[in-house]
Ligand binder design. Structure first.
Ligand code: M3P
Ligand code: FE
Length: 314
């Protein structure tokens, strides 16, 4: 099967206490581990592996790496070969390089972002367990996010020099890691420049997305909620807790997701995302958004450009 789903995102934060308060009280995650270096590990209630977010102390915001979980340890051997055959250097990190996690493949995407693959992480179970489970646990806090859903990475794109790491990342993930392309934005004369892509391994509309920008960076990590009503309630919680909201509840044309964007105290963008949108399948036709409808794809209701949404990232 190869890659199954997003495993975790490792995020840099400037004020650890404020960050932990945000990810626990606003998103509803729980701290499951801390290490000697001051890194804090958290999970959502509906996840069964030990952690899905690592907060690392830093003097700036941003993404350290994003990790995806593969089904079997032997997948790591197969994928290592395929990634190297594609021309990308792979470093193997031994079991324990991250606590509670097996060996990892570490490599850089063409955009410069660090990605890791692992097959094993300590199983702790969801908060409702797996025997006659309740649909949700008691004492949920904040938005009560189910799980980390996806990341969106800003990738260097310069039509003048022809550098397009959105297209390079997309080809690499499809050819070496068997992701499939679900949606794309095509811009420029004749619509030949692939300026943004949404790719999946699961049957959700995306497990990762890439958007072209002058400089590579981290746009957001997204947390899954059940419904539009949960999105509304999450926004209420953010207002009560004075969280800086970037984009109030609305709907994406792309992925059909129901969304809020907001910032953690260090300025890393988060998203709460609801709705399956549609069943994503490898044989599904790729949805294409044209340049004139780009902002309808991003914010379906108004279709208005919100430059800060694409210009501000860590
Ligand atoms: C999503 C999503 C941008 C579009 C973002 C879309 C940054 O976050 O989950 O579909 O242009
Ligand atoms: Fe998103």
């Amino acid at each position: 099967m190869g890659v199954m789903r997003i495993g975790h995102a490792s995020i840099k934060v400037m004020d650890m206490a404020a960050a932990v308060k945000h990810y626990t009280e606003v998103l509803g995650m729980k701290v499951t581990m801390e290490d000697k270096s001051g890194n804090v590990y958290l999970k959502c209630w509906d996840e069964w592996d030990r952690y899905s977010i690592i907060l690392t102390p830093s003097d700036q915001a941003g993404l350290n790496h994003v990790a995806y979980k593969v089904e079997k340890d032997s997948d790591l051997n197969d994928l290592k070969q395929r990634i190297e055959a594609y021309g990308v250097k792979v470093t193997e990190l031994a079991e324990g390089a991250l606590p509670a996690t097996g060996r990892m493949l570490q490599f850089k995407l063409p955009s410069g972002h660090e990605m890791r693959l692992f097959a094993q992480k300590e199983f702790v179970g969801t908060e409702v367990g797996s025997t006659n489970p309740d649909p949700w646990p008691d004492n949920l806090t904040g938005a009560g996010a189910h799980w980390v859903d996806h990341v969106l990475l800003m990738c260097e794109l310069n039509p003048e020099t022809g550098v397009n790491t959105v297209a390079e990342n997309t080809e690499f993930l499809c050819k070496a890691l068997d992701f499939y392309l679900v949606e794309q934005v095509m811009v420029g004369p004749g619509g030949v420049i692939q300026a943004a892509t949404w790719l999946a391994r699961t049957s959700t509309p995306h497990d990762i997305a890439f958007v072209g920008a002058p400089k590579s960076g981290f746009h957001h990590v997204s947390f899954f909620l059940d419904s539009w009503h949960d999105i509304l309630k999450a926004a209420d919680i953010m207002a009560k807790k004075k969280v800086k909201i970037d984009v109030a509840p609305t709907r994406h044309g792309i992925t059909r997701g129901e969304t809020i964007y907001f910032f953690d105290p260090s300025g890393n963008r988060n998203e709460t995302f609801a709705g399956l949108g549609y069943l994503s399948q490898p044989d599904r036709p790729v949805t294409t958004w044209t340049e004139d409808k780009l902002w309808t794809g991003i914010f379906y209701h108004t279709g208005d450009a919100v430059p800060t949404f694409t210009d501000v990232y860590t």
